[in-house]
Design a protein around this ligand. Structure first.
Ligand code: GAR
Length: 210
């Protein structure tokens, strides 16, 4: 099984979904570390309770020196023999150097149907734009924020009277279904890149996912 780190900054509900999937010994990724850039991330407690190794590398003391922050993270990743990374609500932008070192080995989940609504406040922006479909995307991480090759997407309807909170909850339920499937594909080596796009070979799709 591929030794995988989950990087979080907060609540960690996607982390929980990944931990739950990886609790099955047949899942091709083993979660060997949960790393947070904030000591107060709620997800850390859950990971520790689940018996998963946790680490905190506070980003704040490094200020603008992102490379030094990442070097401190790399130490933890190396100490735990990590080969794959899943960003799960990790709210720091990574440098080109870090993304290059983990190229093809690092996933992110983003709460929109990329390339629509990269960045923050995606649910508010989806409502403001009047889109009828919204959703989430798992993609490989490249230097451009929320720009990497798309691995998987799931869509939800935007309903009359939706608030950002209601829409976020509907999307989040799909995130929890989508991310374990995408990580399994990466860990099992089902993903291939061609012309900067992801090809899936023999990848079992979770129902209603394109
Ligand atoms: C999730 O909705 C995730 O897609 C989003 O933050 C939330 C984290 O929730 N990620 C981003 O916005 C990345 N820029 P979680 O901590 O409960 O998984």
């Amino acid at each position: 099984r591929r030794r995988t780190a989950i990087l979080i900054s907060g609540r960690g509900s996607n982390m929980r979904a990944l931990l739950a999937a990886a609790a099955d010994p047949a899942f091709p990724a083993e979660i060997a570390l949960v790393l947070s850039n904030r000591a107060d991330a709620a997800g850390l407690l859950h990971a520790a309770e689940a018996g998963i190794a946790t680490a905190v590398v506070e980003s704040r003391p490094f200020g603008k020196d992102r490379a030094a922050f990442e070097a401190a993270m790399e130490k933890e990743l190396a100490a735990h023999g990590i080969g794959l990374i899943a960003l799960a609500g990790f709210m720091r932008v990574l440098t080109e150097g870090f993304t290059a070192r983990w190229s093809g080995r690092m996933l992110n989940i983003h709460p929109s149907l990329l390339p629509a609504f990269p960045g923050l406040d995606t649910h508010e922006r989806a409502l403001a734009a009047g889109v009828r479909l919204h959703g989430c995307t798992v993609h490989l991480v490249t230097p451009g924020v929320d720009e990497g090759p798309i691995v998987a997407q799931a869509a939800v309807p935007v309903l009359p009277g939706d608030t950002a909170e209601a829409l976020a909850a509907r999307v989040l339920a799909e995130e929890h279904r989508l991310y374990p499937a995408a990580l399994a594909w990466l860990a099992a080596g089902t993903l291939r890149l061609e012309d900067g796009r992801v090809l899936l070979e023999d990848a079992p799709l979770p129902s209603a996912t394109a």
